[in-house]
Design a protein around this ligand. Structure first.
Ligand SMILES: [Zn+2]
Length: 109
């Protein structure tokens, strides 16, 4: 599963950065256009943290909406899926944001 690898990577990164301190809270940013399912990440995260300093930490997932620019008229288009259509009818969109997949912050005890 795609999300299992992602969760594993996130947990490994947090463990390295925490320097062995117990982690109390983790905030992730998963953009709506990232094609990653937050629920699946949450599920895999719980599996991956077992036996690490992240075990028991609360997980907060932020889902920034997508934003794109129309290549035809230059208008901005809000997206909550990885595709969409501008008001002018054009579907050739340049994604500006919404593909984020990152650790926004984490708190140690
Ligand atoms: Zn347009």
């Amino acid at each position: 599963m795609h999300e299992l690898g992602i969760a594993q990577e996130i947990v490994t990164m947090i463990c390295e950065r925490s320097g062995g301190a117990r982690v109390r809270r983790v905030v992730l940013e998963i953009g709506k256009l990232s094609a990653v399912l937050p629920d699946a990440v949450r599920f895999c995260f719980d599996l991956c943290v077992e036996g690490t300093v992240v075990e028991g930490a609360s997980l907060v997932i932020l889902e920034p909406p997508g934003l794109a620019r129309c290549r035809e008229c230059g208008g901005e288009v809000g997206l909550d899926r990885p595709f969409g259509r501008c008001e002018c009818g054009n579907t050739d969109l340049e994604w500006l944001s919404g593909e984020e997949l990152k650790i926004k912050e984490f708190e140690v005890i």
